[in-house]
Ligand binder design. Sequence first.
Ligand SMILES: [Ca+2]
Ligand SMILES: [Ca+2]
Length: 176
Amino acid sequence: MKTSSTLTSAALAIALTFGVTSMQAYALDADAVANSVDNDQYSLETEFKKLDTDSNALLSQTEFGKDKFFTKGHFAKADIDNNGTLNQQEFVDYKSGAQKQAAKRIASDTVITTKAKAELLAEKNLKSLQISVKTFNGAVILSGFVDDEMSKLKAETIVSKIDGVKSVKNSLVVKS
Ligand SMILES: [Ca+2]
Ligand SMILES: [Ca+2]
């Protein structure tokens, strides 16, 4: 009995550790996301089986469409041999590639946001605590309040010079 309860608490400790790890991955720890993607072959095979509702080992466009990860237009790209269905290999290859890209995008967006915040904070003439920075796919949105038109332009200039920034939408409002 004692052994069994020790095992149980060990299992609990492991579960807690994994719980924390996945929380960190969720908090956009890029390396953790990338590593979990690398070890994801098995779960992608499971996902394939779940999506394959008629169990014919192929995904139709409708079956694939139930995967919420993808928007329209992905089926044709995943269908490498262009035969109108996805076999497991096509699905696993396509989805693991897409997940890696998403992880990379999240990582580089996070770097941009962090850098933008730091540089805005370093700019003495800006009250940057009132500036919010959001990044998606290299496109940055600045929002919040600044004291004057100069600050609004200054913030945009600073952020547009950061590596990886493709565009800046300046939604800052000048307090009057
Ligand atoms: Ca099927
Ligand atoms: Ca195919």
